[in-house]
Design a protein around this ligand. Structure first.
Ligand SMILES: N[C@@H](CCC(=O)N[C@@H](CS)C(=O)NCC(=O)O)C(=O)O
Ligand SMILES: [Fe+2]
Length: 287
């Protein structure tokens, strides 16, 4: 079994974890879920977080080989396009991104948007494998939180994004357009069927009870102690509880800002004739 080197970078504004995962044998590295800094109050964007990932890769003598997203994020802007522009390295995401593009094309009224996923270099189908240096990476589709969510299984490390959070925090919400609590349950069962010692790296940590951020667990630990999975041991109980909790959650602060960028691999809208870029906010989309 391959044991890649994994480093998590917690982004405190959104509680996201960005990862650098590297093959110690060849130095080949992937960035997973990079965040573009964005302050919605001022409209200011920056690349501090993404630059920190590139500096880390440089310091460790890794060679960046992939820029990956696990899903179209609703709470932050992806830095994939920026990183691709800086490095020329290929980008990838789950193939069902095309369905999410179609959903949001309609919500944003963007008839010219390409909805064939051509904004990425690679779209991964369920069960497909690709190489990170000498390590085969298996892609598992993990829908539920979003339609297009995937888990990357890199040797003994699985990047499970917003399915399971740390055991004290339970699971991700499933109420975004295209989300499904039933599908989330099935996706979590598939993750929990990986070998017990598999290291699980989550996509967010909201510092339950004010503790320090944490992002790594194992399948065995999650099976024994995940607060949602142990409280709701059947799909029906889980779905009922998940839906009830989701009804209490406000939409993420910047969901309407983020999706129009993230369905285009993190590309910002083209500048208008005055040279400035603008985001588009649909009114009364959500209840
Ligand atoms: N307060 C955060 C909420 C972000 C959010 O909804 N996060 C998703 C993952 S993208 C989630 O699953 N949250 C679970 C929860 O808040 O219980 C924001 O406004 O950005
Ligand atoms: Fe998410």
């Amino acid at each position: 079994m391959h044991t890649p080197e994994v480093t998590g970078f917690h982004e405190s504004r959104s509680g996201s974890i960005q990862y650098v995962v590297a093959d110690p044998a060849t130095g080949a590295a992937a960035i997973i879920d990079p965040v573009m800094d964005y302050d919605e109050k001022s409209g200011k964007t920056a690349t501090t977080e993404a630059d920190r990932l590139l500096a880390f890769i440089d310091e460790h003598g890794y060679r960046l080989d992939w820029i990956l997203d696990t899903h179209p994020h609703a709470d932050h802007l992806s830095a994939a396009a920026y990183l691709h522009r800086c490095t020329g390295v290929r980008t990838g995401i789950g193939a069902r991104i095309t369905e999410v593009q179609k959903l949001w094309q309609d919500f944003y009224n963007l008839p010219a948007l390409a909805t064939d996923g051509s904004q990425w270099n690679r779209l991964f189908t369920d069960g497909e494998t690709f190489e990170l240096g000498s390590i085969p990476v298996k892609v598992m589709h993990s829908p539920g939180h979003t339609l297009a969510s995937v888990t990357y299984v890199v040797g003994d490390a699985a990047f499970v994004h917003d399915t399971l959070f740390m055991p004290d925090s339970g699971t991700a919400r499933a109420d975004f357009p295209g989300g499904s609590a039933e599908a989330l349950w099935d996706s979590i069962q598939a993750i929990l069927s990986l070998p017990d010692e598999t290291r699980l790296f989550t996509g967010h940590d909201y510092c339950h009870g004010g503790r320090e951020p944490r992002w790594q667990s194992t399948v065995a630990e999650q099976r024994a102690t995940n607060s949602h999975m142990s409280a709701y041991p059947t799909q029906q109980e889980f779905v009922t509880a998940r839906r009830a909790r989701d009804r209490t959650l406000p939409m993420p602060r910047i969901i309407l800002h983020a999706l129009q960028v993230n369905i285009q691999a993190g590309r910002l809208p083209a500048p208008e004739d005055n040279g400035r870029r603008y985001l588009k906010i649909p009114l009364d989309l959500f209840d």
